[in-house]
Design a binder for this molecule. Structure first.
Ligand code: NAP
Ligand code: HSE
Length: 428
């Protein structure tokens, strides 16, 4: 049997301890599959006295992740601390400089520094792998870089933040408000330390930008992702969308269009009976479309100790087997600088508004939509007891700019109460 592959694991939280447990539980299986033992030489975390629900006594302990990353007795630096900058970035750079391969679950760090890190690693003949950073246990990075490498990818789409999907499906199932379910999610420990990373769409936007880089051979362009979170989605929208045969999802879409690279992470309506529409709870789903393969749908746990550590191990095993795949599926130096699409592809939109119940109110709304070139596909007015009438409109395909312009003009009619809500309907 060949030399052991020696790991240094920085971070002993959910993912780090999950990884330790797999290595301890499956030592023999891993050695059989890779032809060499996979061992842990050293670990790092902040607080050595913390009870971690795993026996770490056989491993050297480092408080400083940079010292861990540069130890002579490690081949692979496993970064599972988190954070876009700070200790994670410093230690990852140190590991690369010291000639180590890197495995990380850190989408925030890669979304901001992925290209530079990949270039640094590749210049030294080392690899950075990040299966765990996108959609937890779903092997979507490998699906794109390996399984679908013979395809021109036409679109990447998906629900990549389990917390948001939990909140939206729980609101629908229990008839609770956003604020009520947000609080529930906080108590269940589902939310990131900064909840805006989840509900603001940032975490999922990080993941989308990484997949887009692989799919379209472009540098990671997180700053160009159009981001909108789920905070303004009301239980009314969820119910009304349901009446029209749709569900609301925080959906990421990346596609290369004639106008450039389109990347957006925003609430969208999808058909209720589609695989994305059926997705419940904290589960993730990624849909990949290639010119030869057609559509592939991957579904599974997007977070948690076991699923995320499973993804970490797939990268460790790849390295143990001697596979050397570029971070983004092609050398970093060959990734193109993407031109961001200035406008989204046209789509149908769902519009919800409250109208004062008086003659001519609907006509005023229809006039503005007509003037903006927006054609109505379906419309529904709900029965009501008071002087305001809830109205739903589904448009034909239209530009987002036209919808935004119309939404800004509608209050001036004097018949629309409050802000109209506009949500894109995605064809899946
Ligand atoms: P976590 O439970 O908060 O654990 C973080 C660990 O990093 C802790 O052990 C902490 O030490 C250690 N740490 C933080 N800063 C450190 C520093 N400056 N020096 C040394 N150690 C430090 O985090 P996690 O949930 O495992 O997430 C880790 C990474 O995986 C993040 O990038 C996250 O986005 C990603 N990820 C997580 C999941 C998930 O389901 N949790 C899923 C996909 C990706 P102490 O324990 O001593 O405080
Ligand atoms: N906060 C993330 C989620 C964790 O809810 O999906 C996994 O990246």
């Amino acid at each position: 049997m060949s030399q052991p592959l020696r790991l240094g694991i920085a971070g002993l939280g959910t993912v780090g301890i999950g990884t330790v447990k797999i290595i301890q539980k499956h030592a023999e299986l891993l050695a059989r599959r890779t032809g060499r033992p996979i061992v842990i030489s050293a670990v790092a975390a902040r607080d050595r006295r913390k009870n971690r629900d795993a026996d770490l006594s056989a491993y050297a302990w480092e408080e400083d992740p940079v010292r861990l990353a540069t130890r002579k007795d490690i081949d692979v630096f496993v970064e599972v601390m988190g954070g876009a900058d700070g200790a994670a970035l410093e230690a990852t750079r140190a590991a690369i400089a010291a000639g180590k391969d890197v495995v990380t679950a850190n989408k925030a760090m890669l979304a901001h520094h992925g290209h530079a890190l990949a270039a640094e690693a590749e210049a030294k003949g080392h690899v950075i792998r990040f299966e765990a950073a996108v959609a937890g246990g779903i092997p979507v990075v490998k699906a794109l870089t390996e399984g679908l490498a013979g395809n021109a990818i036409t679109r990447v789409m998906g629900v990549m933040n389990g917390t948001c999907n939990y909140i939206l499906t729980r609101m629908e199932g229990a008839g609770l408000t956003y604020a009520e379910v947000f609080e529930e999610a906080r108590q269940l420990g589902y939310l990131e330390a900064d909840p805006n990373l989840d509900v603001g769409g940032i975490d999922a936007g990080h993941k989308l930008s990484l997949l887009a880089a692989i799919a379209f051979g472009t540098r990671v362009a997180f700053d160009a992702v159009e981001l909108e979170g789920i905070g303004r989605i009301s239980i009314d929208d969820i119910r009304r969308a349901g009446d029209m045969g749709f569900r609301i999802k925080l959906l990421g879409v990346a596609q290369m269009t004639g106008r450039g690279l389109e990347q957006r992470m925003s609430p969208c309506l999808v058909p209720a009976e589609s695989p994305l529409g059926q997705l419940q709870g904290g589960t993730n789903m990624v849909v990949l479309e290639g010119d030869s393969v057609g559509q592939i749908v991957l579904r599974g746990a997007g977070a948690g100790a076991g699923p995320t550590a499973s993804a970490i191990m797939s990268d460790v095993i790849e390295i143990a087997r001697g596979c050397r795949i570029s971070t983004f599926g092609q050398p970093a130096a060959t990734l193109a600088d993407p031109v961001a699409a200035k406008a989204m592809a046209p789509a149908p939109y769902y519009l919800r508004m409250e109208l004062t119940d008086k003659p001519g109110a609907l006509a005023k709304v229809a006039t503005i939509l007509g003037e903006e070139g927006i054609s109505i596909d379906r419309m529904r007015q709900y029965g009501h007891a008071d002087a305001s009438a809830p109205v739903l409109i589904v448009t034909h395909k239209t530009a987002r700019e036209a919808i935004d312009h119309a939404a800004r003009r509608l209050p001036a009619t004097g018949v629309v109460i409050g802000e109209p809500v506009a949500i894109r309907i995605e064809s899946v």
